[in-house]
Ligand binder design. Structure first.
Ligand code: A2P
Length: 340
C-alpha cells in the first residue's frame, strides 16, 4: 500500500524537483500524476526511470488522491487548492497564498512538525518561502538554547526561484553581453546578468518588498512570534542555490564555538566552517543536496550575545520541493499511516 500523489505544476522548476525527490526518497506511491496547464497536456516528464504524461489541471478529479503537491503559483493554488482539498486530498502548497492563513499550518519538518496536526481544518498545509525555509532550520536549534531576540538577514537569491523563464533570461542576457546583443529585462526589473537587484516580489507601503515581509512573518509563525527580524532580499546572477548572511542577537550567552557544536547536531544542517582551507559553502556547491549548509560562524563583538553566520541551500530543494515532500512524509507517517 502506498499513496496516490498529484504534482501540480509538474513541468516547472519546482514541480520537476518534486518528482525527482519523490523518487529519490522512495516516497511510497501507488500512483503519481503530473498536472500542468493545457499548454503542457500530453508532454512527458521524468519520474525516476519512468516517464509520466502530463494531464491538464483544469477539470482534474482529485478524488481518491492522498496528496496534491502544488507549485504552479499563488493564483492556481487559490483556485484549485480548495477543489482538491474538498475532494479529500491533502494539499501541500508551495505558493505564498495560504501561508499566513491561521487555519493552515506552515511547516518545516525539522522545526515545527507538531503544528502539522492542524491540517485537518482545511486539508491544506503551506510550505514556506525558500529563503525562510533554509534560515529557520538554522535558527531553531540556536533559539532553543539561547532564545533569539533579533535577526538581521541579507539574502543572495538565485534566479531559479523566479521560475523557468527567469533562468532563461539570465542565460540569454549573459550570452548576449558577449556579442553586444543584450536582451532587455522581462522577468526582472533590471539587467540581471553581471548585476544584483535588491527587489524580489512587489514593493509594499513601508518600502520593504513582499519577499522581505514574508521572511519576517513566516519566521514568527514557524518559530516564535517574539523574534524580531529585518531582511533585505537581493536577486543575484546564480542559477540555483540561495545564500544568506544572518546576524543574530540572543537573549542569553552563546559563543560561536557553542553555536557550531549545536548546529553540527541539528537535523537538516551540515556545518562546513574551516576558513583556513576555504572551508565554506557557496551556492554552486549546494545544488542537488538536501542539507542547509552553515559556514563562517563568528562572534559579533558589537552587541551582547551576537553571532554572524553564512547559510546556503538549494532553493529548489530545501526551499521548495524537498520541504514539500518532507511534509508529505511527516503527514503520512504521523496521521495517514499507510505502510509502503
Ligand atoms: P506549464 O508548463 O503548462 O505552463 P515555473 O515557476 O518554473 O515557471 O513553473 C510554473 C508551473 O506552473 C509550470 O508547471 C506551469 O505549467 C504551471 N502552470 C502555470 N499556469 C498554469 C495553469 N493555468 N494551470 C496549471 N498549471 C499551470
Amino acid at each position: 500500500m502506498g499513496y496516490r500523489v498529484a504534482v501540480v505544476g509538474a513541468t516547472g522548476n519546482v514541480g520537476r524537483e518534486m518528482l525527482n525527490i519523490l523518487d529519490e526518497r522512495q516516497f511510497p506511491v501507488t500512483e503519481v500524476t503530473a498536472l500542468a496547464s493545457k499548454r503542457s497536456a500530453g508532454k512527458q516528464v521524468s519520474f525516476g526511470d519512468k516517464t509520466l504524461t502530463v494531464k491538464e489541471l483544469d477539470g482534474f478529479d482529485f478524488t481518491g488522491y492522498d496528496f496534491a503537491l502544488f507549485s504552479a503559483g499563488g493564483s492556481i493554488s487559490a483556485k484549485y487548492g480548495p477543489i482538491a482539498a474538498s475532494q479529500g486530498c491533502i494539499v501541500i502548497d508551495n505558493s505564498s497564498h495560504y501561508r499566513m492563513d491561521p487555519d493552515v499550518p506552515l511547516i518545516v519538518p525539522e522545526v515545527n512538525p507538531e503544528a502539522a496536526a492542524g491540517y485537518t481544518k482545511k486539508n491544506i498545509i503551506a510550505n514556506p518561502n525558500c529563503s525562510t525555509a533554509q534560515m529557520v532550520v538554522a535558527l531553531k536549534p540556536l533559539h532553543d538554547v539561547a532564545k533569539i531576540k533579533r535577526v538581521v538577514v541579507s539574502t543572495y537569491q538565485s534566479v531559479s526561484g523566479a521560475g523557468n523563464d527567469a533562468m532563461d533570461e539570465l542565460f540569454n542576457q549573459t550570452k548576449g553581453m558577449f556579442v553586444h546583443d543584450e536582451p532587455s529585462p522581462e522577468k526582472f526589473t533590471k539587467q540581471i546578468a553581471f548585476n544584483v537587484i535588491p527587489h524580489i516580489d512587489m514593493f509594499m507601503d513601508d518600502r520593504y518588498t513582499k519577499e522581505e515581509w514574508k521572511m519576517v512573518v513566516e519566521t514568527k509563525k514557524i518559530i516564535d512570534p517574539a523574534i524580531k527580524l529585518t531582511a533585505t532580499c537581493v536577486r543575484v546572477p546564480t542559477f540555483v542555490g540561495h545564500a544568506e548572511s544572518i546576524n543574530i542577537e540572543f537573549e542569553n550567552e552563546l559563543s560561536a564555538d557553542q553555536a557550531r557544536d549545536i548546529l553540527r547536531e541539528a537535523p537538516g544542517i551540515m556545518v562546513i566552517d574551516n576558513p583556513d582551507e576555504n572551508g565554506y559553502v557557496t551556492p554552486v556547491e549546494c545544488v542537488g543536496d538536501y542539507a542547509t549548509f552553515i559556514s563562517r560562524i563568528r562572534d559579533d563583538a558589537t552587541v551582547d550575545n551576537g553571532l554572524n553566520l553564512w547559510c546556503v541551500s538549494d532553493n529548489l530543494r530545501k526551499g521548495a520541493a524537498l520541504n514539500t515532500v518532507q511534509i508529505a512524509e511527516l503527514v503520512g507517517r504521523e496521521y495517514l499511516k499507510k505502510a509502503a
